[in-house]
Design a protein around this ligand. Structure first.
Ligand SMILES: [Zn+2]
Length: 385
């Protein structure tokens, strides 16, 4: 029976190796994967490398590197585990795999720079364990969420469930824009607020609820109304916008500003028993003006006081917004870009409409340059939120 040394020699004869001096050339176009355990990885890793511990390599490699002809360079601490890993990937059909001889030890000894990863602390490992056990999220995805910044327009019906789920999911920074105060008539649906906060600014009430749920989340209240003059510097601070705005002027202003800055917007609206939700991702599908090129005349819009809404409806639609936002931040799944999802609460039915980009759209059509989009403050009138 062969001993380990003989076995390793045999494995190494079947795989290709590279070494530290050759790495800078070899890694061109290659995916570098660190296969060490977490306690080793947290001490530092080769910049640009992805981390897939040896035990998960076979099960996760196809998500990380779908094209089996992509060059892959594996490393561990000294070159043994990466050699065994290289053989495993070869057996899975990967055709261009190399193991780094000498591993991270040789890299460090050569005086090369290394990065220190951000890792979840013990409490975070427990808090987000149901996320990290999903291979589509993992620790890497959770850290991405913790570093993400989402701006929520409106701390009302839609903003309530979406912000609560985003905070629970560990989206690290949540900005909330709203200039209203909590009213008794809000509590039928705006579950982020409470009876004892009537009269309190909604952004303050929301902050209290979100901070109580997850101390990892930094909540930034913006008690203001968005106008052409203040929207750009605010949006620039965030990665994505969840739009729960209750008025048409804000929707147009947000659309135009988001296109200017290339920020994705998860848009939703609700009316009586019906809700709709979609994602506007610059460069991937239509924008709000592709659907509605300009606002309806103010006297055609329903008045805020007259239009009712079933209390649970924004809960359903706002939760879908949170789901979309998380997927976009993680880069997983299929987003609602180019699709309008409509929900009828009375019949409990979802329908989907295909949305196409309008080549003549005034803000994202052919030949429109984002920097030339002009921001317009339309006359204020109400939609339903
Ligand atoms: Zn458009």
């Amino acid at each position: 029976m062969a001993n380990f040394q003989a076995y390793l020699k045999d494995v190494k004869s079947q795989i290709k190796e590279t070494d530290v001096p050759a790495l800078s050339k070899d890694r061109d176009g290659a995916v570098v994967i660190d296969v060490r355990e977490q306690d080793e990885y947290v001490q530092g890793y080769i910049p640009g490398a992805r981390w897939i511990p040896r035990g998960f390599l076979e099960s996760r490699i196809e998500d990380a590197v779908p094209d089996k002809s992509t060059p892959v360079i594996l490393y561990c601490a000294g070159g043994t585990r990466s050699a065994l890993s290289a053989r495993a990937l070869g057996e899975l059909g990967y055709t261009n795999v190399k193991s780094l001889a000498g591993g991270f030890t040789a890299w460090k000894r050569g005086g090369h720079p290394f990065d220190l990863p951000i890792v979840l602390d013990k409490e975070q490992q427990i808090r987000y364990s149901r996320h990290t056990m999903l291979p589509e999220v993992g620790e890497e995805g959770q850290i991405k969420l913790l570093k993400s910044k989402v701006l929520l327009l409106g701390a009302g019906g839609l903003g309530a469930p979406s912000s609560v789920y985003l905070a629970a999911a560990g989206v690290g920074t949540l900005g909330m824009v709203d200039d209203d105060v909590v009213d008794l008539s809000n509590l039928q649906r705006q579950i982020i607020h409470a009876q004892d906060r009537i009269g309190m600014p909604k952004v303050e009430s929301a902050k209290k609820t979100l901070a109580g749920l997850n101390p990892d989340v930094k909540v930034i209240p913006h008690k203001m109304r968005l106008v052409a003059e203040n929207i750009l510097p605010l949006l620039a601070e965030y990665d994505l916008v969840v739009d729960g705005a209750d008025n048409f002027p804000t929707r147009y202003l947000l659309n135009d500003a988001a296109l200017k800055l290339g920020k994705p917007v998860v848009h939703a609206s609700i009316y009586r028993f019906e809700g709709q939700v979609t994602a506007f991702i610059p460069g991937k599908g239509p924008c709000y003006r592709c659907l509605y090129p300009s606002p309806p005349p103010p006297d055609m819009a329903p008045s805020c006081q007259e239009a009712g809404v079933l209390g649970v409806l924004p809960g359903i639609i706002g939760s879908i917004q949170a789901n979309e936002a998380i997927k976009i931040l993680l880069g997983i799944g299929q987003t609602l870009a180019g699709r309008l999802l409509m929900f009828d609460a009375l019949r409990t039915k979802f329908r989907e409409l295909k949305l196409r980009r309008d080549p003549a759209c005034p803000t994202c059509g052919e030949g429109v340059r984002p920097e030339n989009i002009e921001l317009i403050d339309y006359e204020q009138f109400c939609a339903v939120g």
